[in-house]
Each structure stands twice: as structure tokens, then as C-alpha cells.
Design a protein around this ligand. Structure first.
Ligand code: PBG
Length: 336
């Protein structure tokens, strides 16, 4: 049987590496990546996080070395999470806003060491610092139930954000999903003279099981879940509301988290947002690729790059990823 020759041959643009590269619609660059890092109190050597191969709870020394490496590879921003000593946790998470709390010490040290050579972003959330592991403080309702108290929590976020800005953070990143947190933090920063400190809002943050390894990473004390404040994975429209509110309240960037299971949400947000849109490739996404690669089931480098380009293609302007250093090193080695 005769087959009509195709009128159009899309394969023509796939024939060589050069033409594939020339017509690529999306490219990765080291400046796309934001590298999340953990700084731990009371340890003398960096501790590898077992569910996140290649990621560590850092000492100040090892943190400083890795940030120098990130700068060398062209990464523009690191995002710091604090891991206090278990005995320093309390019901309010008070180490979060003490100037000599571990996170604030690390911010100050990095800013003193590197100045403006790299952006220092800080996680603005109480969960690493509370003994109950929730992102906010608890209160008891008239019916005797324990709930995460939105408005009381937001006041603590104001103190935490100001302490981080005082320590030298360029960007604070509220990740606790309390209503009104962006406006409250913006107001507090401005009143403290920190007009130039930016806010990256975790706007569309889902109550996701993909955060599992992160909870190991920060030694989380959480029992139960975060479903009364993080979003239901079933919903998209709710994310558009969260994003709109955060922009109206003064967010300089918004974020969607996790990334890969929520690319549809990311695309919707990217279509409508009037500020840069970041996406967070979370600990579970990183762990999955590593676990499969360890079993010989997936090629780690190829799936790393494919996952990152997919997140960017879906609409992310910045990608928070534990692969930041590896991906930047790959791009450097391959002159991309
Ligand atoms: C909360 C916070 C979490 C993550 C970032 N900030 C955990 C949570 O909400 O339970 C998860 C990051 C990851 O999984 O990589 N401060």
C-alpha cells in the first residue's frame, strides 16, 4: 500500500544536537536555582540526611564551604532552614526569633562572609522550633480542642522575619500558610526599616506526603498533619485565591509547592500571577529519584535534568531544588 508522504516533518528539527538546542523553548541556568540548606545547632560534623542522599545538616563551617561552592557555580540564592537542639524547642518556637538562635546566627555569618555575592533567603516558619512541630502556636477552643491559632502565630512570624532581616537575610520566606501572614510580615519589616527585604510567599502550599524526608532533615516533632492550614491536594482554584491574596498583601514572589505532582497548578499560577513564580521540588521528589537510581531503575542525572526542565517549562521562574549544585555543575561542564 502506498503511504502519502507527510506534508510536515517535525522530525526535521530533531535531526542533530545543534538543531535541537537551537529550537529549544526552555533552558536551564544556574541562576534559576535556589538551594535549600539545613543548619544544625550542637553538631561538630555535618550529618548526611539518610533519606536525602548528598544533603546534610550543616555546621557553620560546612555551610560556609557549600555556599562558596554554590557562588562559584553561579547559583544566586540559598534558602536556610534551622535545626535547633531538641532541648531548645518550646511551645512558641522562641529560638526562631532570638538573635543567637541557630538560623539567625547562620544568616549573620553568611551575610558577613559573602555580602551580596549570594542572596540569603530564610525560612520564616515555626515548625522547626516548636516542640509540637506545628507551623504555628496552639490554643484551646471553648470546646477544649487544640488548634493552630492563626492570628497569634502571625505575630510570632513578624518577630521571626524581623530577626532574620536584622541578621542580614535578603529575602524572608513564610511557609506556614497562615492567613494574612504576608501583610503582617510586610508591615513589621517596613516598621523596622527593612523596606528592601523581599518576601517570597509559599502561596500555594499543599498538605503533601512528599515532605516526608524533610521532616527527617529538620528532626521534626510533628504528630498528626497540617491539613487545617496547608491546602487540599484536590484543589486548584484555591491556589489562585492564595496567590492573589499574597500578591495583594505585598508578596514579591509567589511559590507553588510541591512541584512535579502540581505542575498543572504551577501553570495556572504562572498564567495569572503578576510577580515572579517559583516552584519547590521538595524532599520527596528528590528522594524518589535517588532511591530509584540506587536500585538501578532510573538514570539520576537524566531524570534530574528532565524534572527541572519540566518544572521550568510548566512556568517556574525560580526552582527551589536539592539538585541545585549537581544541576549547576552539569550545566557548567556541558557549557549550557
Ligand atoms: C515548613 C516547611 C516544610 C517544607 C519546607 N518548609 C515542611 C512542611 O510543611 O511540613 C518541606 C520542604 C521539603 O519537603 O523539601 N517550614
Amino acid at each position: 500500500m502506498n503511504v502519502q508522504p507527510p506534508l510536515r516533518r517535525p522530525r526535521r528539527l530533531r535531526t542533530t544536537a545543534a538543531i535541537r538546542d537551537m529550537v529549544a523553548e526552555t533552558r536551564l541556568d544556574a541562576s534559576d536555582f535556589i538551594y535549600p540548606l539545613f543548619i544544625a545547632d550542637g553538631i561538630t560534623n555535618p550529618r548526611e540526611i539518610s533519606s536525602m542522599p548528598g544533603q546534610y545538616q550543616h555546621t557553620l563551617d560546612s555551610l560556609t564551604r557549600i555556599v562558596a561552592e554554590a557562588i562559584e557555580l553561579g547559583i544566586r540564592c540559598v534558602d536556610l532552614f534551622g535545626v535547633p537542639k531538641p532541648e531548645d524547642k518550646d511551645a512558641e518556637g522562641s529560638h526562631a526569633w532570638q538573635p543567637d538562635g541557630i538560623l539567625n546566627r547562620a544568616i549573620r555569618h553568611l551575610r558577613d562572609t559573602f555580602g551580596d555575592d549570594i542572596l540569603i533567603m530564610a525560612d520564616t516558619c515555626l515548625d522547626e522550633f516548636t516542640d509540637h512541630g506545628h507551623c504555628g502556636v496552639l490554643s484551646t477552643t471553648t470546646r477544649g480542642e487544640s488548634v493552630v491559632d492563626n492570628d497569634a502565630t502571625v505575630r510570632f512570624y513578624q518577630k521571626m522575619a524581623c530577626a532574620q532581616a536584622d541578621a542580614g537575610a535578603h529575602i524572608v520566606s513564610p511557609s506556614g500558610m497562615m492567613d494574612g501572614q504576608i501583610r503582617a510580615i510586610r508591615t513589621a519589616l517596613d516598621e523596622a526599616g527593612h523596606q528592601d527585604v523581599a518576601i517570597m510567599a509559599y502561596s500555594a502550599k499543599y498538605a503533601s506526603a512528599f515532605y516526608g524526608p524533610f521532616r527527617d532533615a529538620v528532626g521534626s516533632s510533628l504528630e498528626g498533619d497540617r491539613r487545617t492550614y496547608q491546602q487540599n491536594p484536590a484543589n486548584t482554584r484555591e491556589s489562585l485565591l492564595e496567590v492573589q491574596l499574597d500578591i495583594d498583601e505585598g508578596a514579591d514572589f509567589v511559590m507553588v509547592k510541591p512541584a512535579m505532582p502540581y505542575l498543572d497548578v504551577l501553570t495556572e499560577v504562572a498564567r495569572t500571577a503578576t510577580v515572579p513564580v517559583a516552584a519547590y521540588q521538595v524532599s520527596g521528589e528528590y528522594a524518589m529519584l535517588h532511591a530509584a537510581a540506587r536500585s538501578g531503575w532510573l538514570d539520576l542525572e537524566a531524570t534530574m535534568l528532565e524534572s527541572l526542565i519540566a518544572i521550568k517549562r510548566a512556568g517556574a521562574n525560580q526552582i527551589l531544588t536539592y539538585f541545585a549544585l549537581d544541576a549547576a555543575a552539569y550545566l557548567r561542564a556541558n557549557h549550557k
